[in-house]
Design a protein around this ligand. Sequence first.
Ligand code: SAM
Length: 303
Amino acid sequence: MGRTSKDKRDVYYRLAKENGWRARSAFKLLQLDEEFQLFQGVTRAVDLCAAPGSWSQVLSQKIGGQGSGHVVAVDLQAMAPLPGVLQIQGDITQLSTAKEIIQHFEGCPADLVVCDGAPDVTGLHDVDEYMQAQLLLAALNIATHVLKPGGCFVAKIFRGRDVTLIYSQLRVFFSSVLCAKPRSSRNSSIEAFAVCQGYDPPAGFLPDLTKPLLDHSYDFNQLDGPTRIIVPFVTCGDLSSYDSDRSYPLDLEDGSEYKYTPPTQPPISPPYQEACTLKKKGRLAKEIRPQDCPISTVDSMPQ
Ligand code: SAM
């Protein structure tokens, strides 16, 4: 690829470089702000999943806070330093990272929490959507600890099948929840941004870091009241029917001879097909290790 071809294909990529932004994502946050005035009155903000740092650049330039720490940026990956931005390297789904972020805001809550986090995409849509939702919920959990009442939370979402469930969860905590798609976000991408304004948790809500979302050693038996749901466990089938964990001889009980039956519907294009074809042609190389050989062959192997 020539040096200029990406510039030609992606105007935001080119503009980001020309304007000194570390990533084209900067335009997504700028365009979200144009629409929702996200930065109005904001002095303290958290940028979750921040690397390489273009959202942190935007925040540190556009919000009114002074000095290091008015923007806290968190990412799994290391990020080059930015003036006024305190960096934490860690996984936002981990309790230790969440605690480190929260400590910073004790007694002085944040006005804005943003999260542009994206997992490494696998191409399996259900898995990717699930991972994205987990990241968003981890970000929301952190937001419930650090946001001041009336504060704002903006997070990347994938507009997949279960997105309405996420909206309902967000709606529990914010008086307004919207889905926004900035122009700089490609139409071909299912990415969008949940813009949640007016942080207003339910009366009596106590943020709890020991929620299963963040603490994987959580004892689910501790859940009680309406959160504890026990579904019935039912076994089906007569006790005298075949046991799926046992092997049975091929000859049938009535004495008739076993006859192979092909699968009713073989897989259309299994991933192992190529290996099978190569094996049939004797072209599938396999390393022969002594422990894989029958004892007689090992004995006759040259020492
Ligand atoms: N907003 C950033 C910017 O403007 O430069 C771009 C963010 S990039 C699209 C997504 C980031 O999410 C990656 O840097 C990745 O390391 C981070 N990420 C993914 N999962 C994470 C996790 N569990 N904890 C922290 N960061 C995570």
